[in-house]
Design a binder for this molecule. Sequence first.
Ligand code: FES
Length: 93
Amino acid sequence: MVTVTVCVGSSCHLKGGREVIERFNALVAQYGLADRVALKGCFCMERCGEGINWRIDQEYISSASGKDAIDTFYQRVLGPLGLKPADGPQGTA
Ligand code: FES
């Protein structure tokens, strides 16, 4: 089980953190990963100046934009699970 935690503190929220967690949630549903990827929200990670902040397990990640976060999610979460964007049940990413 991979745990992905997205900061929903005010600074990250203003940069698009809410949209990021919603998109991660949609991807987890699309790929049927609810038993393999746990999504969580948390308050300020005390890294406000670094972008949209989130973690894969204990590794902190700062994304410059929502798109950057989604790209990283594909590479770092879906990729190790053997999934590519075209592998989704809907064939889209
Ligand atoms: S609000 Fe996200 S790191 Fe501070």
